[in-house]
Design a protein around this ligand. Structure first.
Ligand SMILES: [Zn+2]
Length: 448
């Protein structure tokens, strides 16, 4: 079995904990980490020099609609309603299997380039089994670890969804791509209690529970669910660690506490939430209840794919709220201070928890999968490295020197190890241009 030893890096093994003191070696065998320590002996391993680099667990982007990559940038100035009308109402029905494949592949490759090793790929445009297969194939082609959240388009309106098709879930589960030891896991992308009738939400949550799958549900905008909806879902035991809510901006503190108490996870997409009008990220509300968010990019139609930016936005937002509250009531006890290490934890282990993968990924420790990122701290923007945690959080795409997923290098020396980017670009541009034109998207063009 192939062995690799990464020597001499500054290792932040388990954010928010501080980095290991001194230079640390990481020994990898096959897909797993088998040892961390100083001056490890490993005569038969491939040696990788990591002096001057910061090594962090691979980032976990817990929520992204990767299929939309061909429409990058088009919704940068739209609000949530405009996004729904144009992307879901006009563009989504035009996607062929090939569009889904190229969008997912390009989006997933860029995630790797940005340091994401695990992607919560929320594919709610799998109109047919062929569309789902195309997206799954693209994730496999990219070499990324992912939870493929299978979702079907909702047609003419938010309440048109029937129950999630169980036969399709079972068909997907039987695919070799979802074997236990592989990079892909199946999940359900469902409308949930806010965006579907009670019977549908109940059926979808039951299906996920019965199949042992994580079910992820958008929850923002629109009038709140009636309290009896929640009561019935709690009473039936349908809410637990397998349930993930995305955004959750309008969920009040009492309900949030009940959901946290049964193990429900929350994914925020702070940059999109603030830009598009979802409401404010719930980072501070979660902290008050002893919980923490995971992070997502959500839509590359609106923002860039760099998860470390999402982490910085989330941290800046909650700190801004804290300082505002302090100005308004300076005698109140201050809330617990959130740190750069916390933000890195949201982007790593909290994402792993939200995706149900915390036993496999999210930190660098023996027995876990070798999913890691090497940040080149020798770069001009990261000198001097006074605080490796701060430098890791402030790293840009240009600093992501190398990315390993399951013991396999997917990026090295600053370059993706994927051969056909030029032809992929041509294909993605053609796909996006065709869909944007056919949907008549109101996008800004260059002046003639
Ligand atoms: Zn979303």
């Amino acid at each position: 079995m192939k062995r690799t030893i990464i020597r001499g890096g500054l290792v932040i093994a388990a954010p928010p904990a501080a980095p290991n003191s001194g230079a640390t070696d990481i020994l990898i065998e096959g897909s797993r980490i088998i040892a961390l320590g100083e001056n490890l002996a490993a005569h038969d391993a491939e040696e990788i020099d990591a002096v001057g680099r910061i090594i962090i667990p691979g980032l976990v982007n817990a929520h992204m609609h990767t299929w939309q990559s061909g429409l990058r940038g088009v919704s940068a100035d739209w609000n949530l309603l405009e996004y729904l009308v144009w992307i879901h109402g006009a563009a989504a029905p035009l996607y062929t299997e090939a569009d889904l494949h190229v969008g997912t592949l390009a989006g997933a490759l860029n995630q790797i380039a940005c340091g994401t090793t695990t992607l919560g790929d929320w594919c709610h445009n799998a109109a047919t089994p062929g569309h789902a297969d195309a997206a799954v194939e693209a994730l496999t082609d990219a070499g990324i670890r992912a939870v493929f959240f299978h979702g079907v388009p909702r047609g003419g309106g938010p309440h048109d969804a029937g129950p999630h098709p169980a036969t399709e879930v079972d068909r997907l589960l039987a695919k070799p791509a979802f074997a236990d030891d592989g990079l892909l896991t199946l999940g359900l992308a469902a409308p949930g209690p806010l965006y579907s009738p009670f019977d549908v939400a109940q059926a979808d949550l039951s299906l996920a529970r019965d199949r042992g799958l994580v079910i992820s549900m958008h929850h923002s905008g629109g009038p709140p669910c009636p309290p009896e909806v929640w009561t019935r879902l709690f009473d039936q035991g349908l809410l637990g660690p397998h349930a993930n809510f995305v955004h959750a901006n309008q969920i009040d503190a009492d309900l949030l506490k009940r959901l946290i108490d049964v193990g429900v996870s929350f994914t925020i997409t702070p940059e999109v939430e603030l830009n598009d009008g979802h409401g404010f990220p719930i980072t501070g509300k979660l902290r008050a209840l002893g919980a923490a968010p995971s992070l997502g990019i959500d839509i590359e139609t609106g923002i860039s794919g760099e998860l470390l930016i999402a982490a910085r936005v989330a941290l800046a937002h909650v700190r801004g709220q804290d300082y505002e509250a302090f100005r308004a009531a300076p005698d109140d006890p201050p809330p617990a201070r959130l740190t750069a290490g916390d933000a890195l934890a949201w982007a790593t282990i909290e994402g792993a928890r939200a995706l149900g993968l915390q036993d496999r990924i999210g930190s660098l420790e023996p027995g876990k999968q070798a999913d890691l990122v090497m940040i080149d701290a020798r770069a001009l923007n990261l000198w001097p490295n006074n605080d490796p945690t701060a430098m890791a959080l402030q790293a840009s795409l240009a600093n992501i020197e190398a990315v390993m997923i399951g013991g396999v290098w997917r990026k090295q020396a600053g370059r993706l190890l994927y051969g056909a980017l030029d032809s992929l670009r041509v294909e993605l541009e053609a796909s996006g241009a065709r869909i944007a034109a056919a949907a008549n998207l109101p996008i800004r063009r260059l002046q003639a």
